[in-house]
Design a protein around this ligand. Structure first.
Ligand code: ACO
Length: 309
């Protein structure tokens, strides 16, 4: 656990600044010997147990992450082996929207009849790509994993629709400059701290509010619903002020927005499955409830989805 007060000792910041500008109070940081698949494994096992699906019945494993254990093998492949599954496996690299992208892919593969059970995981160790000397970014992030098993459901249940999209105009507002084929790792990229996440906060903020609002409106109306019908909204947990602004614009009562970022910070692709699991365990979701998931992230991408539980 890393609190805002701990961060005060690491960079020039204050608990008050972090709380008022982001809503975050504390975040979890993985131990140095813990990689993303180590966080994903127990999340995957818990999801299989809750869904009462045997690992041998899994057809596919999708891991949404920007912090894979290694570039290859992908983290989903590592999990396939560690779970003891006989399943196809791939990673999905779109950033914070990755879990919702993964659900959309899984839903379509099941709807087509190709597969019966797909494990979708959002897992991140963002502490490994945070620049712990940059106060404008390092205070925002945490490490976590969450998972869901997607399977066939009766007509009218499950995924009712989704809106996925990308606008690359401001793609540079959120990136890791080096380590890919454009700028491979070298002594110079390391010396220049180019393997850490960089961000234009205000630019991301504006995009976040606009894209979450627009894609939520689109997906809800395409499903033949109105915002009044939505029982619960699970937004990407990046900043409380982004969630506040989206709630106002969407005209959905604030109490229907799930918020847990004060305890975890922004955990990228893990925020939505983590929040979904918490509200499910708390009994806040009843069968038949309409749930809106809404996220934004690198790319810059957006992904919103309506589910009937
Ligand atoms: N402590 C104290 N002061 C700080 C800190 C800090 N941790 N960080 C920045 N500041 C200072 C800045 O230096 C600046 O000072 P100046 O005015 O003297 O230059 C001042 O605070 C304001 O900086 P802004 O960047 O304008 O602050 P803003 O109100 O925009 O809040 C924030 C910054 C919280 C990053 C906000 O822009 C934000 O949340 N943006 C969206 C971030 C986001 O969602 N990212 C997604 C990441 S991707 C993913 O989800 C994995």
């Amino acid at each position: 656990m890393l609190t805002n007060f701990d961060l005060e000792k690491m960079v020039d910041t204050t608990d008050e600044w972090i709380r008022t500008r982001t809503g975050i109070v504390e975040r979890h940081i993985a131990d140095p010997d813990v990689a993303t698949s180590d966080l994903a494994l127990p999340a995957a096992q818990a999801a299989l147990e809750q869904a009462q699906v045997d690992v041998s019945d899994l057809d596919l494993i999708i891991v949404a992450t920007v912090t894979p254990d290694t570039i290859f093998p992908c983290t989903a492949a590592i999990l396939q082996q560690r779970l003891g599954a006989r399943a196809a496996a791939f990673d999905l690299l779109v950033g914070c929207t990755g879990f919702v992208y993964g659900l959309a892919v899984a839903g379509e593969m099941i709807a087509s009849g190709a597969y019966d059970h797909i494990l979708v995981i959002g897992a991140e160790t963002l502490s490994r790509i945070a620049d712990w000397e940059d106060r404008s970014t390092c205070v925002l992030f945490g490490d976590a994993a969450g998972a869901a098993v997607v399977g066939p459901v009766p007509q009218g249940r499950g995924i009712l629709g989704y809106s996925l999209g990308n606008d690359g105009t401001n793609a540079d507002a959120l990136k890791i400059p080096a380590g890919g084929s454009r700028l491979p790792a070298s002594a110079e990229t390391v010396a220049n701290r180019l393997h850490y996440l960089t961000m234009n906060g205000p630019e991301v903020f504006k995009f976040a509010v606009r894209s979450m609002t627009d894609s939520s409106e689109e997906v809800v109306s395409r499903a033949g619903l109105t915002m009044k019908d939505i029982d619960l909204v699970i937004p990407h947990q990046a900043n409380l002020r982004i969630i506040d602004a989206a709630a106002k614009r969407l005209n959905i009562p604030y109490e229907r927005f799930v918020r847990n970022l004060e305890r975890y910070g922004n955990t990228s692709a893990a925020t939505i499955p983590l929040a979904l699991d918490e509200v499910h365990r708390e009994g806040r979701i009843k069968p038949g409830d309409l749930i809106l998931l809404s996220s934004f992230g690198a790319g810059m991408s957006w992904a919103s989805m309506v589910l009937r539980w």
